[in-house]
Design a protein around this ligand. Sequence first.
Ligand SMILES: *Cc1c(COP(=O)(O)O)cnc(C)c1O
Length: 415
Amino acid sequence: MTRSPVWHPFTQHGLEEPIPLVSHAEGAVLNTADGRRVIDAISSWWVTTHGHCHPRIVAAIAEQAQRLDQLIFAGWTHDPAEQLARDLVDLFGLPYAFFSDSGSTAVEVALKMALGFWANRGEPRHRIIVMEHSYHGDTIGAMSVGARGVFNQSYAPLLFDVATVPFPAGGREQATLDALEALCRKGDAAAFIVEPLVLGAGGMLVYPATILAQMHAICAKHGVLFIADEVMTGWGRTGTLAACEQAGFTPDLMCLAKGLTGGSMPLAVTMASAAIYEAHWSKDRAQMFYHSSSYTANPIACAAANANLAVWRDEPVMERIAALAQRQAEGLAMLAQVPGITNPRQCGTIIAVDYVGGGEGYLSGLGPKLSAFFRTRDLLLRPLGNTTYVMPPYCIEAGDLARVHQAMAEAAELP
Ligand SMILES: *Cc1c(COP(=O)(O)O)cnc(C)c1O
């Protein structure tokens, strides 16, 4: 076979096994060209919510593609974006929607809006506060506010300085709150950016809603803008539509992507407060928000998102989420008893465990062994070092989910 010219993301082409070719998918199942039925236990990297190729979303994409495929969004508009923005405002309680095309971009936009807010008020502030172990994307700005490590050490000299609070690990929550309070009090902080309730790529680390609420209260007291990066946690993953709901507040900026189109098309949005929009509203062109990308608010992607919202309205999505969370809890209780498995944790539809041995961290030798094992079982699971998590589409069948849990238990024999 000739070597493929495709350069894959987060893939060491010098090491990886042959790359599976997927021909079609439905629900929580991927079908490979060589005839295997693979369970997508990580929602194709956390994006697929209602299952692959949901008929209603597919139909909306086909219909919109024939009507209006793409439109410059600076100074022009279209119905799919107008309708989507109105519905997002109703759902998330923030009055303005700025569209882009990936989670990383939604984060870049939020950071630029926060800095623009302070600059346009004539009170420039540039310090961004972040949380230890965070992940916010792979562009330079998003990497700057994320954890530093092997992923970005080659680019480290280009990343901007941030102030970091510790992760609120069980029993050490007060240290996080104290650090945040001290940093906010300095008066130079523009914003605090955080993944609410679950730090995803950092290892599926969970912390309680009460701490999230207290972190928000500290920022609000000091006027530091609160950016909720709900790119992964949004769209029901944590048991509620947005994770922030569980802490009972509306942030100043909210980043949404992944599940925004049900996982069918690339689209992202940064939702903003009135104060942030108004800080950019002026008769002075120098104060406008200077950001765009070619495909901002692409009409086909917006139509897919509108169909996703219709699915949320018309199908029993919250019931499905509750049932999945319950089955995940049962699987986790079983896994917690398995020797070699430690640190079982859950937030809504997401469960994670760590395997003992094989070294810690993303480059733990155990990760590739686990991946290879799950692949032989026709499961798409992608361990983060010695952490394995399950984050399936909400439509996954009970028998398929049980197979995932069973394989995770058997994998404890590997190290
Ligand atoms: C995936 C992710 C991003 C980046 O989104 P992309 O669409 O991959 O650019 C940002 N923040 C969080 C919390 C994520 O999980």
